[in-house]
Design a protein around this ligand. Sequence first.
Ligand SMILES: NC(=O)c1ccc[n+]([C@@H]2O[C@H](COP(=O)([O-])OP(=O)(O)OC[C@H]3O[C@@H](n4cnc5c(N)ncnc54)[C@H](OP(=O)(O)O)[C@@H]3O)[C@@H](O)[C@H]2O)c1
Length: 324
Amino acid sequence: MKAITVANDADYSLCWQEVPDPTCGPGEVLVDIHATAVNRADLLQRAGNYPPPPGASPYMGLEMAGVVAATGETVTQWQPGDRVLGLLSGGGYAERVAVPATHLLPLPAERDFTWGAAICEVFLTAFVNLFREAGLRTGETALIHGGGSGVGTAAVQLCHQAGAKVIVTAGTDAKVACCLALGAEFGVNYKERDFAEAILAHTDGVDVILDIAGADYLVRNMRLLKSEGRLVIIAVLTGAEAQIDLLELQKKRLRLIGSVLRSRSDEEKTAIIAAFKERFWPLLVDGRMRAVIEDVLPIERAAEAQDILRQNRNIGKVVMQVRP
Ligand SMILES: NC(=O)c1ccc[n+]([C@@H]2O[C@H](COP(=O)([O-])OP(=O)(O)OC[C@H]3O[C@@H](n4cnc5c(N)ncnc54)[C@H](OP(=O)(O)O)[C@@H]3O)[C@@H](O)[C@H]2O)c1
């Protein structure tokens, strides 16, 4: 098969080239990939800063949609020819991948592979962090930083559908406008106004924050949280080291939560996917929630596709077509 490999040069050049085929172990399914999508983590992996977890494919790509080519021992729920989408620990930037059978969802007949490739990583990340880690409840208020990102556009919709109020920050007015259209009630362009001041002028605080910024936002995030508020940090785009006022943490009874999806065990991912499928999957299938897609490029243009994320130009997902 072919996969995107990373050259050992200064630019970490990408090349679509022949590599060995993956093999399908017990409990796994071999999928012919039709589409995959770019995630921020891919940029880190490309530069050698986010190695795949043990046992994962060495290639980039955390999600895909395709057609089942073969099934391993003990797999009964999938047959060759089934159209699927799935969460991967790696290997999406390729023609074929082996994936645990329980990490797949059925691609609805009326949806195409582009749609399927844009769902898993961002919806499952938003879901696990908002609902399982932070315990977001109906009627509470959630603040989503990076509202225009892939994860952000998924998070806004999940909060809205769960009956929570949603506030976002984003770096352009177009990203804020997209979030308002997806169900956010208030948004701040953080490049034009201090987000904490703007949010405190609008509301008396928030219950849950999904944060991607880390260090530079920590003090303001803690200020914005109401008593018993929960701050989930899923990335540290402004830095990883910060000072924390433990007295404020204690007095407001705050919870500070760090979280990663990729390195969780297969069993944990299976449970997350099953819980997501039960609660939110029907809303995606019937169109009440949607995959927000900025662009679709052929996999041979993976470097260009990644540049869109690197330059923060995307609203939602950038998808790559592997087969026509
Ligand atoms: N922990 C996990 O399991 C997990 C899983 C998936 C994703 N993530 C993380 O979640 C984030 C979103 O992922 P994604 O793939 O959806 O990313 P994405 O679409 O590339 O969006 C990331 C957005 O972050 C904003 N941003 C960039 N630098 C920033 C900075 N210094 N301060 C504030 N905002 C900044 C940019 O939007 P603006 O124009 O608004 O600045 C950018 O578009 C990424 O950081 C990713 O690593 C974590």
